[in-house]
Design a protein around this ligand. Structure first.
Ligand code: ZN
Length: 453
């Protein structure tokens, strides 16, 4: 671990970045994909005057990143999101999104710059991937849905509500208190080097805390107060010399321009898909990168219905589907938007109408699955199987995920219930992970107990 000798005044806190298993190029790649998705899903303000202003402020701040923390390939970009909530987030490698509500809540340019400097510090210190490096499984990355979920906040409905139901906490938007402390201090140092009084960052954070209402604004859940936040920033500020005056003098006119525009969308409106702009439903952009924990070896018992018992990998949670079925999926693998649901890893149970003829009913079910999944294909021959202790069938299928756009492995198993209807289990995993998941699906299938009468 290389200690950093930050240039400029000697009397400032030295910040040493944590070890990181990712390369800076991976930061760039992760951030670029997430930013593309964010631009598709969030209502962008798209006002040249406001965008240019925020870019001007941002680019000045970027110039002040200490040389030791500059990474080739990082590209800091600044987009204004037409949302009312006081929020902002930055992605690995540099893309930053600033809510219009954040600009409107600031009373000075320096306050707005304070939030931006803090976000830039997270990027420069590579906190997102450093945090992922500490996870037990190095490949655990927050999904795009989770990132957007973090922005939209605890809104019910859409990918967000489900994200929080399944305990999704995106590492990208949820920093540790130690990382918050580092971003506060490095952010303060950056501000001083550009010519903003770092104490404005402290006052902006106080505004955010005061305007929180119940639960506080989403920004705080992503950027928790490391303790005595304002005091710590002001203490650092006292050691720093503010070099020059960065104020562009345009803050007031930009604020005035915003005040003359139609009001911004709320997170709830965005989550419900009511915001203006051409957005694709969350999770169905067809290009999301989804990486989840592998199935836990340990199984946990569930009751998807009164007559069913089943054990699934302990790191899968239950989510209800719109059609009355129940899906068990690992964190980050379930998506819902505009009344549609999709999952990339896990199993779904459901009951379909049947004639009592297992073979024919299974074929009909495949046909009805194909109506909502046009790329569904047979992946081999249907074989007899034991499902819930009964005679059943298992059909390997293949599909193209409408979340990731990648080929996925689908294992359909069916058996008859006493009333003639068809009980089915659909296992889904990316084709590249089919081997691992086939084992999990088989264990789930073997654990199934049916007690209908
Ligand atoms: Zn932070």
């Amino acid at each position: 671990m290389a200690a950093l000798a930050l240039s400029a005044p000697s009397a400032q806190t030295t910040i040493t970045p944590d070890p990181n298993k990712y390369t800076p190029a991976q930061d760039v790649q992760i951030g670029r994909e997430a930013a593309d998705e964010a631009r598709r899903q969030l209502p962008m303000l798209d006002d040249d005057r406001v965008d240019e202003y925020v870019e001007d402020v941002g680019e000045e701040l970027v110039e002040a990143i200490p040389a030791e923390l500059r990474h080739a390939g990082f590209r800091y970009t600044f987009d204004v999101v037409n949302m009312r909530e006081i929020n902002a987030f930055a992605l690995p490698g540099g893309p930053m999104f600033l809510n219009r509500g954040m600009i409107e809540a600031a009373t000075t340019e320096a306050e707005m710059a304070g939030v931006m400097a803090h976000e830039i510090a997270h990027v420069a210190l590579r906190h997102g991937t450093a945090q992922a490096s500490k996870a037990h499984t190095p490949a655990v990355l927050g999904t795009i849905g989770q990132i957007i979920g973090g922005v939209l906040g605890g809104t019910v409905g859409g990918v967000v509500g489900l994200g929080s139901q399944i305990g999704a906490t995106a590492w990208i938007t949820k920093y540790t208190r130690e990382y918050e402390r580092q971003a506060d201090l490095l952010g303060a140092q950056i501000m001083a080097r550009v010519g903003y009084d770092p104490r404005a960052m402290a006052s902006m954070f106080q505004t955010i805390e005061q305007q929180g209402g119940r639960g506080g604004p989403e920004w705080l859940s992503s950027h928790p107060n490391p303790g005595n936040r304002a005091a710590a920033i002001n203490q650092e500020a006292a050691m720093l010399r503010v070099q020059g005056n960065a104020n562009t003098g345009q803050f007031a006119s930009v604020r005035q321009r915003l005040a003359g525009m139609p009001s911004a969308s709320t997170a709830e409106q965005v989550a419900r898909g009511q915001a203006r702009g051409d957005r694709r439903p969350a999770g169905t952009g067809g290009r999301a990168v989804v990486r989840v924990d592998p199935p836990a070896r340990q199984l946990r018992p569930h009751r998807p219905a009164s007559f069913l018992r089943v054990s699934v990998p302990a790191n899968w949670d239950a989510v209800s589907s719109d059609d009355g079925g129940v899906t068990y999926a690992p964190e980050g693998a379930f998506f819902e938007a505009d009344g549609r649901t999709a999952f990339t890893h896990g199993v779904q149970f459901g009951v379909a109408q049947g004639s009592g003829n297992l073979q024919r009913d299974t074929q009909q079910l495949v046909q009805s699955l194909a109506r909502s999944n046009p790329d569904l294909r047979s992946g081999g021959s249907i074989r007899r199987d034991t499902v819930g202790g009964r005679q059943g069938l298992t059909a390997p299928l293949s599909n193209v995920s409408d979340v990731t756009g990648q080929r996925e492995y689908v294992a359909l198993s069916t058996t008859r219930l006493r009333d003639g209807s068809l009980l089915y289990m659909v296992g889904v995993a990316p084709q590249s992970e089919a081997g691992t998941y086939e084992t999990a699906f088989r264990r789930v299938r073997q654990s199934l107990q049916i007690a209908d009468r």
